[in-house]
Ligand binder design. Structure first.
Ligand code: SAH
Length: 391
């Protein structure tokens, strides 16, 4: 097997458990280098570091799968998936969960979402793509699922020399499915929805709005298929308006309102949140609760400042629409915007809006997307509820 030797000066990251090894951290390679091959990695002092897959086309030359000297084969993937499932069950997930959250489950570049009997997979690196059949076999053995689908229509695959693609990995099935969450039902479009079709990362946070929305007039922006807004109606809001720029999302959101018999309370419209929030604030519209859950504003360090300006702007506009003593429910899924940075941005927005804030809840993503301590990029979602009062 090919052996990769690390330089003396490598980032502490690797020794501390992070699985990525960049090309410039490698001193020499003994043996052939073929994209996707399993290699053994050694520290500069020849001590064993771990086994992983290599891809000379990628900036991340090796991603480690294990720190043990063990054989990487079908059984390895079966065992990893089984133990990830056991962990999800241990922490209380039964029907829907992110079954594999990449690096956090020692399965770099692999995402698997479980929507009751259906599974959606993303293999985002060459070395993981190679094991796709083994992963599908493991899912078949463990779950005997009704369907498995790949949503590999993701640009990041091209950095690995992989094509973008989507399709069935099991016998074909109806990709419009219904899932249960917190006693509600939601249509999920596995084939054409955003990402894997549904944002499981907010599934626990959606419950956090339960008390603040009672009897409230609620505005939700970046609603996607209406999940937060339908929860608000279910938890006793007086009226709810959800907006999203995508006509498809809005049409699914309205279907979801009907599916739950809440169409008299919650409505959805296709609008650009950045534009209308500004106009509505000028017009003096007021809500008891405003909820914001925008998409990631950047994936690159070069544009973090722009992302922060975006967060400040949208939250400032949101706050201006809130009645004195009402609540702002605000999220950020931009990995590079750290929790403290996000809170600071909200603080600056409040200052500009002339508001005082009182923190009700500050959470990360749902626990089925584990945050591994020492692996910063596993802690990506910020979810904040604050009471907003006039100064
Ligand atoms: N809250 C949702 C997830 C939102 S994802 C949930 O829990 O399921 C972000 C959404 O923002 C996407 O649906 C995207 O279509 C929408 N979006 C992006 N830019 C927008 C804009 N300028 N105005 C309104 N919606 C926008």
């Amino acid at each position: 097997m090919t052996k990769v030797f690390l330089r003396k000066k490598i980032a502490h990251r690797i020794a501390n458990g992070h699985p990525w090894i960049f090309g410039n951290e490698v001193e020499k390679i003994d043996g052939e280098v073929n994209a996707g091959d399993i290699v053994e990695v050694y520290y500069a002092d020849k001590k064993f570091c771990g086994c992983g897959y290599i891809n000379p086309k990628s900036q991340i030359l090796v991603r480690l799968l294990t720190r043990k000297k063990e054989t990487i084969n079908e059984d390895f993937f079966y065992n990893r998936i089984l133990s990830a499932w056991k962990y999800r069950q241990q922490i209380g997930y039964t029907e829907n969960c992110r079954l594999i959250f990449g690096e956090a489950d020692e399965m770099p570049a692999l995402i698997i979402d479980k929507f009751n009997d259906y599974f959606v997979i993303q293999t985002l690196a060459y070395g993981m793509e190679v094991w796709k059949p083994a992963i599908v076999n493991a899912l078949q053995k463990i779950f005997n699922p009704k369907g498995i689908y790949e949503r590999n229509d993701v640009p990041v695959r091209e950095l690995e020399g992989l094509p973008q693609q989507k399709g069935f990995l099991s016998t074909p099935f109806d990709t419009n499915i219904i899932i249960n969450e917190n006693g509600l039902q939601f249509h999920v479009d596995i084939e054409n929805g955003q990402k894997t079709g549904y944002f499981l990362d907010q599934q626990d946070n959606r419950r956090a709005i339960q008390h603040i929305v009672k009897g409230a007039d609620v505005l939700g922006a970046f609603t996607y298929t209406g999940t937060f807004e339908i929860h608000a109606a279910h938890y006793g809001a007086k009226s709810v308006l959800g907006i999203d720029i995508s006509e498809n999302a809005v049409s699914k959101a309205n279907q979801n309102a009907q599916l739950n018999g809440l169409e008299n309370i919650v409505h959805f419209e296709a609008l650009n949140a950045f534009d209308v929030l500004k106009v509505w604030a000028k017009e003096g519209k007021q809500y008891d609760v405003v909820m914001l859950d925008p998409p990631a504003f950047t994936k690159s360090r070069a544009t973090i400042q722009k992302a922060i300006t975006g967060y400040k702007e949208i939250n400032l506009r949101g706050m201006k629409l809130i009645k004195n003593g009402g609540f702002l429910v605000t999220s950020s899924c931009t990995n590079l915007v750290q929790p403290e940075m996000f809170l600071h941005t909200i603080e600056l927005a409040a200052k500009d809006a002339g508001k005082n804030l009182k923190q009700v809840v500050f959470n990360a993503q749902a626990a089925d997307h584990p945050i591994v301590w020492g692996m910063e990029n596993t802690n990506y979602l910020k979810f904040l509820i604050v009471q907003v009062c006039d100064k």
